[in-house]
Design a protein around this ligand. Sequence first.
Ligand code: FES
Length: 109
Amino acid sequence: MDHIKRHVFVCINQRQPGHPMGCCQSKGSIDLIQALGEAVTTSELAANTAVAGATCLGPCTLGPNVVVYPEGVWYQGVKKEDIPEIVEEHLTNGNPVERLRLKMPGPID
Ligand code: FES
C-alpha cells in the first residue's frame, strides 16, 4: 500500500435515535462516503487515495465529520454537495477547504 498517499476517513457511526450525542450516520454520512468513494474511484485519485468509513471520531454534534491523513485536516458538517470541492481543492490540489474545517479544539490539538 505504499502507493497510497492519502487516507480519507468518514465517520459512519450510528447511535440509537434520540441519543443526546447524535451521530454522523443520522446526518447523511452514508450518502457522503458513497459520493466520496465514487468521486475518488472514478478519477486519477484512485491510484493514490483511499476512502474508508470510521466509527466515532469524537466531535459528534458537529458531524458529519471527515478527517484526511497524512495532513490531519478535519472537516465538520460535511454535506454531499461539498464533495466536489474537497476532491478538487484538497485531494487533487492539496489545499484544504477552509470553510469546512473543524472549528473547535478537539482530538487534533
Ligand atoms: S458519531 Fe461521528 S464523530 Fe461521533
